[in-house]
Design a protein around this ligand. Structure first.
Ligand code: NAG
Ligand code: NAG
Ligand code: NAG
Ligand code: NAG
Ligand code: NAG
Ligand code: NAG
Ligand code: NAG
Ligand code: NAG
Ligand code: NAG
Ligand code: NAG
Length: 514
């Protein structure tokens, strides 16, 4: 089973236990969850070997991007005796729901178009668990692709390796046409009981990350997400701790931006941060594209990126890509394996880099032409998804509303784990921590993002001039190659103007009415 919450005690932790005479009880305040990564257009057809690619959809020139979604699946053992169900872990939603055994759409009768196969990922029979308690409240969720789930809330024990976690609220869907449930580990303001459409008396409840904290299984409601490289089959989430062996340089902390304050949310509801600039590094020069602030959603559920039209246009100019109106993408020649051009993402005094190569998706089997996997979008939520996030080690602090980022290190199989008890250990505030996005402004070309001090992941730079300035490249950095992230945002807006991508649940987009 993939859902292995393992309590770990690294040597570093043990050292600190003794040297700082920390209570031994802190030693176990780590919960690790490993997941399988797959890619596809829907979960039931996703696989570990899929990659985003173009398919010719008919005899004409029309090509279509496929495998746009990233899925992280884990197996949960719920109830007494345990029943195993596979769910998708999702930072873009905040509720755990699973399919009930009485879902009338489960079945194998091919006569009914609506029937789904529930046997592969499992269902939960509330009557077969002696420890299940219904909350007698209803649950409902609808996704952008039309999938839906409805049922009732309840509580039961969830077995996580060597501990039983009690008091976890989850919904059992007695009516759903999705073959797989979802373990949402996002912020509590995004719980359907609080922000969902059918909510007359909104309230928040303790979701799994909060229950782990309240049960003292972890010391802070925070977790580290390691997606490994783009080709890896597995990744992991470490609740309550940081693994220092999985990144280069320092962790840099930036605030989560509350972009929905105007709509009455007192706290952030999703993982939006401020991108403070972008650049391109080649072996001989560093080019700043812009230093304009862009609000970006870090979303592991999508494969490519969706960024402002003007920004994508500037990058395209720099890399020699041309716009294809038919595709609404930029296309360019594909790059050889050894190409060292990197996209540089500045988050306010520190950089995350990703090889340009990773943002190029072949549009044909001849590899002669590639799509630039940063889709221009004129409005809505801009997203850095999986292709970017595979290059970062990210610590999500749900109590302090902060995210700490560092360049991911895929090469280290060791663990160097430290508990998060107050601030994230090893993390320092980014130089421009306070300089957060406040409103959308037009993208201004130029500036210089390459003036970082020697502490940053990227090297120091000479001063450069405004648009298209360059500097000479400093000596070798420790950056690993990485791929760009992407995520999926649609141009849809719901009636309240909330971008639907706000509620991305893996492949699915939750539409919600406030
Ligand atoms: C141990 O955990 C407690 C919270 O459970 C925290 O207050 C304390 O600071 C931790 N000790 C150390 C040294 O991390
Ligand atoms: C996967 O789900 C889609 C609906 O999203 C359905 O049309 C298709 O038949 C399913 N495929 C399999 C193999 O179950
Ligand atoms: C994860 O993948 C392994 C094979 O690599 C498989 O045995 C296991 O069932 C998968 N688990 C989930 C939750 O998909
Ligand atoms: C559970 O048992 C009750 C009472 O016997 C029954 O009404 C209900 O349909 C059962 N639910 C499931 C999911 O089997
Ligand atoms: C569920 O039903 C809706 C509406 O009929 C449909 O749009 C959607 O594709 C279905 N989803 C699946 C996974 O079958
Ligand atoms: C499904 O669950 C809801 C909420 O618990 C309940 O009101 C409804 O009667 C259930 N429907 C069926 C068919 O069991
Ligand atoms: C968890 O609960 C199950 C069923 O009650 C029990 O068999 C198991 O020993 C428990 N595990 C722990 C670590 O307490
Ligand atoms: C379910 O009931 C428990 C106990 O009353 C409560 O703590 C929890 O918040 C409820 N969960 C939901 C989702 O309403
Ligand atoms: C570099 O980091 C060290 C220790 O973290 C700090 O003392 C120093 O001020 C930093 N240098 C700059 C220029 O920020
Ligand atoms: C910036 O470039 C302009 C012309 O391109 C030049 O005149 C000016 O001296 C440069 N400024 C700096 C600080 O290099």
């Amino acid at each position: 089973m993939r859902f292995s919450f393992v309590c770990l005690a690294s040597s570093l932790l043990l050292n600190s236990v003794y040297s700082n005479s920390i209570s031994l009880e802190n030693e176990s305040k780590i919960v690790k969850l490993s997941f399988n990564k797959t890619y596809g257009d829907s979960f039931n057809t996703s696989s570990q070997s899929n990659k985003p690619l173009f398919k010719r959809s008919n005899d004409y020139e029309e090509v279509q991007l496929t495998n746009e979604q990233s899925f992280y699946s884990v197996e949960l053992d719920i109830g007494t005796p345990v029943q195993s169900v596979v769910v998708l872990i999702d930072t873009g939603s905040s509720d755990l729901w699973i399919t009930g055994s009485n879902n009338p759409l489960c079945g194998s009768s091919s006569s009914d178009d609506e029937t789904i196969d529930c046997s592969t990922y499992g269902t939960f029979d509330i009557n077969s668990s002696s420890t299940y308690h219904s909350n007698d409240t209803s649950f409902e969720i609808t996704y952008g692709d039309g999938s839906y789930a409805s049922g009732g809330w309840g509580q039961d024990v969830i077995a996580l390796s060597d501990v039983n976690v009690t008091g976890v609220s989850f919904a059992v869907a007695n009516y759903t046409n999705s073959t797989v449930g979802v373990l949402g580990i996002g912020l509590p303001s995004l719980e359907t009981t609080f922000s969902g459409s059918s909510t007359n008396a909104p309230y928040q409840y303790a979701n799994l990350p909060i229950v782990l904290r309240e049960s003292d299984l972890i010391s802070k409601t925070a977790y580290s997400l390691y997606l490994d490289n783009a080709d890896a089959a597995h990744g992991s989430i470490l609740f309550g701790a940081v693994d220092h062996s999985k990144y280069y340089g320092n962790l840099n902390t930036i605030p989560i931006v509350n972009v929905y304050r105007d709509q009455g949310y007192l706290e952030p509801i999703e993982f939006d941060v401020t991108l403070q600039g972008m650049g391109i590094s080649t072996t001989d020069e560093d080019i700043t594209i812009t230093q304009s602030q862009i609000r970006v959603l870090l979303d592991s559920g999508t494969t490519i990126s969706y960024m402002p039209t003007d920004l994508v246009s500037l990058i395209a100019q720099s890399i020699g890509a041309t716009y294809s109106p038919a595709l609404n993408f930029y296309v360019t020649r594909c790059l050889p394996e050894n190409d060292e051009t990197e996209l540089v993402f500045d988050f306010g005094g520190f950089h995350i880099t990703a090889p340009l190569r990773d943002f190029l998706i072949p549009t044909s089997t001849s590899y002669s032409q590639c799509m630039f996997a940063m889709v221009p979008q004129s409005y809505g939520t801009f997203i850095l998804g999986d292709v970017f996030l595979t290059h970062v080690y990210a610590v999500y602090d749900l109590e302090s509303y902060e995210i700490s980022l560092a360049q991911a290190d895929y090469s280290n199989d060791d663990e160097n784990i430290e508990v998060i008890s107050s601030t994230v250990p090893g993390a320092t505030r980014a130089a421009s921590y306070s300089n957060t996005w406040s409103r959308t402004e037009s993208i201004v070309a130029g500036g210089n993002i390459f003036t970082l001090d020697s502490n940053s992941t990227t090297s120091t730079a000479t001063n450069i001039n405004s648009s298209g300035s360059t500097r000479s490249r400093s000596s070798g950095t420790t950056r690993s190659s990485s791929t760009p992230s992407d995520s999926r945002s649609t141009n849809d807006q719901n009636i309240l103007g909330l971008p639907t991508a706000l509620l991305t649940v893996s492949a699915l987009i939750l539409t919600l009415l406030l």
